[in-house]
Write a protein that binds this ligand. Sequence first.
Ligand code: NDP
Length: 509
Amino acid sequence: MTVVDSSTDAITIHNPATGLAVGSVPIDGAETVAAKARALREAQPEWEALGPGGRKKWLLKWQEWILDNSDHITSVLMSETGKSRVDANLEATAVADMINYWSGNAEQFMADKHISAHSPLWKVKKLTIAYRPIPLIGVITPWNFPFAMPGLDVPPALAAGCAVLLKPSEVTPLSAVELVRGWDEVGAPPVLALTSGYGATGAAMPEVCDMIQFTGSTATGRKVAAACAQRLIPCSLELGGKDPAIVLADADLDRAANGITWGGFFNSGQVCVSIERVYVEAPVYDEFISKLAANVRKLQQGSESDSSFTYDLGAMATDAQVDIVQKHVNDAVAAGAKVLTGGKPTGQGTFYPPTILTDVTHDMSCITEETFGPTLPVIKVADEEEAIRMANDSVFGLSASVWTGDNARGERVARRLECGAVNVNDALVNVFNFGLPMGGWKESGVGARAGGTYGILKFCRQKAITSPRLPTQKSELLWYSASKRQAQFAVGAMRAFGAHGLRRLGIKR
Ligand code: NDP
C-alpha cells in the first residue's frame, strides 16, 4: 500500500495579538511520524541503561539551557500566543522546577519495591516489584501553555528512561521546538524528538508509540482513548474542566476576590484548571461582587512588544476561542444574565476583556460547557449545601476552590466535591506541587500527571519477581496441590494461617 506523505507542506504561525507571521513548522505525515518513532526506539535502550543517575546529568544540563535561554523562550511564547509577559514568564521557570523534581527523585521513585508475604506460607519467597520504562511515550499537547505543557510531561518520562515523541498543537508549536532544540544543543542522547502538523499528525501517534500522554479537549481525548484501545496501549488523558469556586460567608472576601480574579483570568482564562463558575453564599454576595468587579476593572490587557511587565492578561490564542467566549456570553445575556464587566472583544487582535456575568442560571452554556476564556459567571447560593450541590452538578471534575475563614470547614467541603483537586483559600496551586496527583474525575480525564512516585511509575511497566529465600530442593511443596497429601496440607495451612487460625495460635499478622 502506498502511503502518501505530505511532509513537504508547512504551517505558518501567526501572533494572535498582531496578526503577524512569526514562524513555521513542517507538517509531518504518518510516514515521518513512524520514522521518528523508529529512531527514538533505537536510542532508547542506551538511555535506559544510563540509569536514573546518568539520565539526571543530561536532564540538569537541559535545565541549565532552559534557564540560560528563558528570556528568549518567553519571547517565542508571547509571539505565538499573544500572552502578556507576566503570563508567559512563568513557563520556563516552572519547567526548570519540574526537571529538578523528576531528575532528583527518579532513582528513589523507580527503586525496586520489596513486598512482605501476605501469609507465613510465603515467607519462603523473596517478592519484588521491578520497574522498566515504557520504551516510547507520545506526548500530545495543546496551545494554552506551549512550553510548560510539554515541560510537565516530557521530563518525568525522560527521567523514567523512556524516549519521547512530542506533538505540540498546530497553533503554537514554536515553544516546543525550543524545548527540543535545547535538548539537542546540550548534546543529550537522541531520545526526544518533535513532530509537527495538524490533528492527523497527532492521530498517527497512537499507531507508533507505546503510551500516549494527552492534554486537550474532552472530544479529542475520546478519540485518542479509542485509538489507544485499538492497540491496547495505555493512555493518560488530562481533559477539559469547569472549575467551581465556592465563597462561604465566613471567607476573607478580599482574599477570595483577589484569588478568584487571578484564578479566573490568569492566562486569559485559557487554563484547564481556571475558575469558570463562582458560587457565593447569599449574605456576602453583594460585597463579594463589588470587590471582584473593582479588581477586574483595574486589570490591564495587552501583549508587550518590549521587555516590560505592563499587562495583567493578554490575547486569546485563536479567533475560534474568542468565538466560543462570545457565544457563551451572548447565550447568557439572551437568557437574562447581566454583563458587569467586559462582554465584547476589544480592538485589534484576539483580545477579549475580563468579563463578569451575574444573574446566571445553571442551565446556561457559560455554566454547562467549558469556556476556556476570561469569563466569571457568578451565582448566589442559599448556603454551603446548595453550593456543593451546584458545584457537583457538572460533567467535568478537574479541580475546585473553597474560600472560607475556617480551613477545617474548607477541607470538609473539599472532601465532598466531585473532582480531582481542591484548593482551600487558593487557586491552581495544586498543579505546582508535583508530589500531588493532577487528574480529572468524570469527563475531565483518565489517569493523572505528577503525584510523586506515581508521576514516574505511570511511564513504567511493572514486573513481579519471586525467588526462593531458602535453598530449593528437587521436590518441595509448590503453591498448587499436585497430590492428595499436598491438597490436605494446603487446606490445613489455610486453616492455621488464615485470620482465625493465626488468632488461635496467638499470632498477630
Ligand atoms: P484539541 O483537543 O483539539 O487538541 C489538543 C492536541 O491534540 C493538539 O496537539 C491537537 O493537534 C491534537 N489532536 C487533534 N486531533 C487529534 C487526534 N485525532 N489524535 C491525536 N491528537 C489530536 O484542542 P484544541 O486545541 O482544538 O482546543 C479545543 C478545546 O479544547 C478548547 O476550546 C478547550 O475547551 C479545550 N482545551 C483544553 C485544554 C486543557 O488543558 N484541558 C487545553 C487546550 C484546549 P492540532 O492542534 O494540531 O489539531
